[in-house]
Design a protein around this ligand. Structure first.
Ligand code: UDP
Ligand code: MG
Length: 327
């Protein structure tokens, strides 16, 4: 079964049409489905509309948040209550075309775990389209997953993916990256993108700064979650090393001119190099100790589930029960 998750934040005019389009496509393609609407604290009549839809349609369920918690939270709530073995996320604003559903399912069958939409021809203002290209290229470089449209609202993935990744804040932009880092097979599919007819976009210019900060977080989490000292320690050692070299050089100068009377280098106390070297050593020591603290946190509070991801298990009858094993 396919679970279609639709986060809704003030989209009252689009919902009925969206629901009709989904039903039409799924009925035609004989796809068994459920729809989960998540009202993310709408202040318009979205919830009322959703309620009416659920009353008439047994395949539709809904969740209402007490206030606006963001798209990632909405999707998390939906993933938790989804019953299907395949999950799809779709924006509520009718920009994503439900007619694409069958193509996504076909693509998933080619042994993929995540199919990420790609709005090749985008119907968004230019100040969104161009920065987004740069942004996608940057994500590709930093995470190793090269997709054209990481933040596409239309994505399909297997239920296993939802079980293994955790999204919070605005991390919904990185669902594919997080899945990829766990070893899931990710691909993309060109989708038809439509203009927004009703309501307005919920994400302004702030998205770029936040998106960039989140990219740093995700790069750190996917690359160094299990070994933070390898990053912080490397930075720390480098900085400490440079600082030590500077101090060593200045000490030598001082010793040669003051003790052996060789050369006249002047006093070292007022040299900019002294300040830089000390700052570099302090920074280095700090990064190293932060790294140790981070390791401590991973060692004692990190969860074992994060250390690997199992694709398949072959069990034998004489396997010990998990409960009988001494832990
Ligand atoms: N959305 C949400 N919570 C929010 C912001 C947005 O559930 O805090 C939903 C919104 O209703 C829409 C989807 O997320 O269904 C994508 O939002 P939007 O269309 O504004 O983003 P854009 O297409 O402009 O990137
Ligand atoms: Mg939109």
């Amino acid at each position: 079964m396919l679970s279609i998750m639709v986060p809704v934040f003030n989209e009252e005019e689009s919902l009925i049409r969206l629901h009709e389009e989904i039903v039409e496509v799924c009925t035609e393609g004989m796809i068994s489905y459920e729809i989960i609407f998540i009202d993310d604290g709408s202040t318009d009549s979205s919830w009322k509309v959703i309620r009416e839809i659920t009353e008439k349609n047994p395949q539709v369920s809904a969740i209402q948040f007490r206030r606006n918690f963001g798209k990632a939270a909405a999707l998390t709530a939906a993933m938790r209550s989804a019953q299907g073995d395949i999950l799809m996320m779709m924006d509520a604003d009718l920009q994503d075309d439900p007619a694409e559903i069958p193509k996504f399912l076909e693509k998933l069958k080619e042994d993929f775990d995540v199919v990420n939409g790609w709005k090749k021809e985008r119907h968004d203002p230019w100040h969104k389209v161009y920065p987004s290209r740069i942004y996608n290229a940057m994500i590709g470089r930093m995470t190793g997953l090269h997709l054209h449209d990481h933040n596409c609202g239309l994505k399909v993935f297997r239920a296993e993916v939802a079980e293994e990744i955790r999204i919070y804040g605005e991390m919904h932009r990185f669902i594919s990256v997080l899945a990829y880092s766990k070893g899931f097979r990710v691909t993309e599919l060109v989708v038809n993108h439509r203009e927004r007819k009703f309501g307005h976009s919920k994400y302004g210019m702030k998205r770029f700064l936040r998106g960039f900060l989140d990219l740093l977080t995700v790069t750190f989490l996917t690359g160094f979650r299990q070994r933070p000292q390898h990053l912080l320690g490397a930075v720390g050692l480098f900085s400490f090393g440079i600082g030590s070299l500077g101090i060593f050089y200045l000490s030598m100068i001082w010793i040669f001119s003051n003790i052996f009377g060789v050369g006249d280098f002047g006093p070292i106390g007022s040299r900019p190099m002294l300040a830089y070297s000390i700052a570099a050593m302090l920074l280095g020591a700090q990064a190293l100790s932060l790294g140790l603290l981070a390791e401590l946190m991973v060692a004692y509070t990190g969860s074992e589930a994060d250390t690997y991801s199992v694709k398949e298990r072959i069990r034998r009858d004489n396997d010990f029960d998990d409960d009988s094993r001494i832990v």
